[in-house]
Design a protein around this ligand. Structure first.
Ligand code: NAD
Length: 374
């Protein structure tokens, strides 16, 4: 008998908030494993690969953990044993390009420090493998262009590790925005931040490896959320930076706020920091509002709307849903929910935010059209 994995969707309940919150999940829809599961090789076996991606790949229907690429020999044995990975599917950073000859590997997932994304994504594309690039896509718009060009030239698919696009609470927010359930959007606020302490030599505090601080890390979620929570790209941005721990954040930004102007006159406010724990989204429309809180952690998320609806979806690992979505895009031609163009658009906004800060908070115009809107 075919092994069944659950991909469960649950109806939203339009009831009193207290009552709805206690309702059980409903309307379960199951999705079975596909005949062929695409082989994924994870490049970089740090905390995200170890605690999120590899466990998620044990639950996926359309892809599987088939290989690893690591610069740390000690991790090879540990991962090989834990996940039953054959020696032929284990690579290091030097012999990585020979992955081109490995038929077990269909997708290379780059999970390295930000400034290494471009190099490994381009090498993966040249090896003829489809590519998932972790967020932020790269450390500059120019690098995003280089990745997209390499994938285009090689005829391989490219996706950014934007797990929330496959996450049901976020998808419900996007549906409400798209269908104008509460009318035109007027205001969005998007906050994504956590407190960073500990090792002062970690790569996220090293500008050469990270490309920037809170903005490059959690800030990308705020940008994303302001866009899918309004359904539009901003036409202008102004930004401010705040610093209270300069001894720790020597090279990278600690806290950034930015204001977005949208084409319909709506305004957005984003907040990101490595010195505050906050995780929330709010979209305000002509006739109501939607709030997700939390809005961007690994879940389960939580949400409610102005008419008393408590959003309720059963939880599955977001990363598994994300990798399955990309695999279906490759195998079945379903939409790419987080294409490279989206990652590049976000990097254009990141660069505009840094430019605004450098120019004393000046409003920077953007000409994005519908770039990266899915
Ligand atoms: P990490 O520090 O835990 O792991 C980084 C990995 O890169 C390690 O295996 C390390 O050995 C390897 N590495 C290779 N060269 C290195 C170098 N010069 N310096 C430091 N490490 C080096 O980081 P992480 O949290 O796993 O993040 C990796 C990527 O994943 C980042 O781009 C990050 O933004 C992204 N990420 C995304 C999410 C998400 O929710 N989508 C969550 C966490 C991390």
């Amino acid at each position: 008998m075919k092994k069944m994995n659950r991909r469960t969707f649950t109806a939203t309940f339009t009831l009193g908030i207290g009552l709805a919150a206690s309702m059980p999940s409903a309307c379960a829809v199951t999705e079975s494993k596909s005949e062929k599961q695409l082989g994924i090789a994870l490049v970089g076996l740090g905390s995200y690969s170890e605690y999120q991606l590899a466990p998620s790949l044990q639950e996926t229907n359309h892809c599987r953990l088939a290989g690893i690429v690591t610069g740390t020999p000690a991790k090879e044995k540990k991962w090989a044993e834990k996940y039953n990975i054959p020696a032929a599917n284990i690579y290091n950073y030097d012999n990585f390009d020979t992955i081109a000859d490995n038929k077990d590997i269909d997708i290379v997932y780059v999970v390295l420090p930000n400034s290494m994304h471009a190099d490994f994504c381009i090498r993966a594309a040249k090896a003829g493998k489809h590519v998932i690039c972790e967020k932020p896509m790269a450390v500059s718009v120019a690098e995003c262009d280089a990745i997209m060009e390499a994938c285009e030239k090689a005829g391989v698919k490219l996706s950014v590790g934007y797990r929330l696009h496959s996450e049901p609470y976020t998808q419900e927010l996007m549906r409400i925005v798209k269908e104008k359930t509460y009318g035109e959007v007027r205001y969005v606020t998007a906050e994504a931040a956590y407190i960073s302490r500990g090792n002062p030599n970690q790569w996220r505090l090293d500008r050469k490896l990270s490309g920037g601080g809170a903005l490059m890390n959690m800030g990308v979620y705020s940008i994303q959320s302001a866009i899918y929570g309004s359904g539009m790209n901003p036409i202008a941005v102004a930004a401010q930076e705040f610093s209270t721990r300069p001894d720790y954040f020597k090279e990278t930004d600690e806290t950034i706020t930015a204001q977005f102007e949208f084409p319909n006159g709506a305004v957005g406010n984003i907040f990101t920091s490595h010195n505050v724990n906050v995780n929330r989204h709010y979209s305000n429309f002509d006739k109501g509002w939607v709030e997700l809180s939390p809005a961007n952690n690994y879940g389960p998320l939580s949400g409610r709307t102005s008419d008393g609806t408590v959003l309720k979806f059963s939880h599955q690992r977001q990363q598994g849903l994300q990798m399955d979505d990309f695999s279906k895009h490759i195998m079945q031609g379903t939409p790419n929910v987080a294409p490279g163009e989206m990652g590049k658009r976000d990097m254009i906004i990141v660069e505009a935010i840094y430019q605004s800060i450098q120019e004393g908070g000046k409003k920077i115009s953007l000409d994005l059209g519908t770039m990266g809107i899915v």
